[in-house]
Design a protein around this ligand. Structure first.
Ligand code: ADP
Length: 175
């Protein structure tokens, strides 16, 4: 009988509980970071799936959004970020994720999220969606508001991390 040897790294990776956090993240803000911080206590690794989403005409391209995510989540262990223009259910399968996480701000978010969760489970039955209720300070925060305030030179330090603040300033100073 042959004995198989596996490296510790390989076994660790095999046992990892991976969650995918999909979204546009144009740019990442403190509401997103809060969800990621809390998800990191439930999972071993978080992978941000940055939707390329050309219809939304994002301010930052996907490489910039990834860089901003990685800069803003340095304090969270085991975060990765990749872009995708495919199905999130396939992205989750490719990255061996057991779950998707989404933030829930208002009751009105629920219907859409419920529909997405059902569809994603249908497309990949190994993945469950967790809807995490937003902390009350971030209920009204979204990326569009951040961009609007930044464009008019308003103070966004409460809403985004310093790397994002800097990049927004650069973008709007240039335009
Ligand atoms: P999408 O384009 O998919 O709405 P976003 O980048 O706006 O992507 O958001 C990605 C995820 O983060 C979604 O699950 C969204 O509900 C969640 N989210 C957005 N804003 C907040 C916030 N203020 N607090 C918590 N979660 C949020």
């Amino acid at each position: 009988q042959s004995i198989r040897w596996y490296s510790i790294n390989f076994l660790e990776e095999l046992l990892m509980r991976i969650v995918v956090y999909p979204g546009t993240f144009d740019p990442i803000h403190r509401g997103h970071i809060d969800i990621a911080e809390r998800a990191s206590k439930l999972f071993d690794q978080i992978i941000f799936a940055v939707a390329i989403n050309s219809e939304k005409n994002p301010l930052f391209n996907s490489d910039e959004r990834i860089e901003l995510i990685l800069g803003a989540t340095k304090h969270i262990p085991n975060v990765k970020a990749y872009s995708t223009d495919g199905l999130i259910a396939d992205f989750a399968r490719d990255h061996k994720a057991v779950a998707l996480i989404r933030g829930l701000r208002h009751v009105s978010d629920f219907e859409f999220e419920f529909q997405m969760a059902t569809m994603n489970h249908h497309l990949n039955e190994n993945v469950s969606t967790l809807l995490m209720v937003t902390s009350e300070h971030y209920i009204h925060l979204n990326s569009s508001v951040v961009k609007d305030v930044a464009k008019l030179n308003g103070d966004i330090s409460k809403f985004v991390s310093s790397n994002v603040m800097l990049k927004l300033k650069e973008k709007f100073d240039r335009s």
